[in-house]
Write a protein that binds this ligand. Sequence first.
Ligand SMILES: [Zn+2]
Length: 257
Amino acid sequence: MIQNLTGKISDSAYDRIANTFPSFDSCPTCDDNGHYILEGKTYHCDCQVQKLLQRSYFAANIPREYHDICIEHFFGEDRETVVPQVQRYLEQFDNQYHYGLGLTFAGPYGTGKSFLVASILKEIVKKGRTAYFITFDEFVQHFGATWNDEKSKKLMQDTLKRVEVLGLDELKTDERNTNGFLSDALQAIIRHRTSNLLPTLITTNLTPDKQEQHFTKAHSLLSAKNTMVLTSGKDVRPRVKAIAEQLIECNERRPIC
Ligand SMILES: [Zn+2]
């Protein structure tokens, strides 16, 4: 599963991660103890693999909260309909990628959309392909700074435009879009990616109608490439906290997966 991972990480990514996570070099699962407990059983910890996976996920900017949960852990109310669509996309990934096809997850706050995109990107990283996760807000900030900031320019040119699969999280609109700024930003990246057959995965609270209304051109480009997956149900976040509390109570750890 992990044989394709190179574990390589650029200097800038290393600095970014090491600044945020001072204990970055120790094993994220067992804190270098060599074993961890899960569901009452003690497991030998393959620290090297755990570190390698985590490095690769951080390099892809996948948030820490998604490192130890995978698609099998998805417990949104619409699990029965959403999980099979994600699994099918992953099973067919090489062909989906060949034709530049992606997924757009649309639904209310807390229905697990970001988690689904992070899970897909992790599987893609494990296949040895390049992936990058970024929030729409963060993307817009970099887009607005490309003219005078070398780092933003580099991120836009070298990463967001070129990465094999991009996850764009929380597409939304606000007053900055009055003169079409957000719409232009999205169109710039999406036009480049769709015309080069590079898949983009998107999450949004906007309904398909609102996506079309506020991001007309990008929506049109995306509708030719992305399948819309609608999510629904109650906010899953309280349950995420309850599970963490239960794991703490039993002194258990979930490995990076
Ligand atoms: Zn370990």
